[in-house]
Design a protein around this ligand. Structure first.
Ligand SMILES: CC(C)(COP(=O)(O)OP(=O)(O)OC[C@H]1O[C@@H](n2cnc3c(N)ncnc32)[C@H](O)[C@@H]1OP(=O)(O)O)[C@@H](O)C(=O)NCCC(=O)NCCS
Length: 162
């Protein structure tokens, strides 16, 4: 697997988050990232939610922010979790998410001695499911989460040994 070296990883700041919350294109896509969010999105609420997570990272290309993900619970049972993965709508299928997940795997292994990466993926988010499968994540099983109306949503738990 080749990973592009033209991208850079850095920690997200508040300006980044303010931009990233405008990326979800549809109500469905918004809920892939924020299951309890209502449409149209309320940027301040989303920003507050993202800022409340420990570690947000962005991928930049020539200074332009093109991807985002959170890394959380990295010390829990040696397992680091990826959340809120999103790529700018005009920059998809350019290897940005692959670069980001690969880079976060290095951060988890080197900074937290994690031995596994994991994430939650909505059962009907086929694009994200295919993406994680391509990177070697395996389906561990499913569980339910609540959406903004309190309705149950089926999600898969995906994981990969580092
Ligand atoms: C899912 C997502 C993060 C992928 O980001 P990306 O930067 O476009 O992915 P990459 O370019 O790194 O893709 C790497 C490989 O994953 C697979 N892949 C990525 N997106 C895919 C899609 N929509 N359908 C099928 N396979 C896909 C492909 O094999 C791809 O390699 P290829 O382009 O050489 O065929 C992006 O589509 C996105 O932001 N979606 C909306 C938010 C979302 O659903 N987040 C995930 C929450 S679990």
């Amino acid at each position: 697997m080749t990973v592009s070296t033209r991208y850079q990883l850095r920690r997200a700041n508040l300006d980044d988050l303010a931009e990233i919350v405008s990326w979800p294109q549809t109500p469905t896509e918004l809920r892939y990232l924020f299951p309890r969010a209502s449409w149209p999105a309320e940027p301040l609420k989303l920003l507050e939610h993202l800022a409340g997570h420990d570690e947000g990272f962005v991928v930049c290309d020539a200074g332009r922010v093109l991807g985002f993900a959170s890394l959380y619970n990295p010390k829990q049972q040696g397992r680091a979790w990826i959340g809120h993965l999103i790529v700018h709508p005009q920059a998809r299928r350019m290897g940005i998410a692959r670069y980001l997940v690969t880079a976060l795997t290095t951060v988890a292994a080197e900074c937290y001695r994690s031995s596994e990466m994991a994430t939650i993926c909505f059962a009907h988010n086929q694009g994200a499911y295919d993406f994680y499968s391509k990177l070697g994540f395996r389906n561990e099983g499913w569980e339910t989460r609540s959406d903004h109306l309190g309705e149950p949503l089926k999600v898969y738990r995906l994981s990969k040994a580092i």
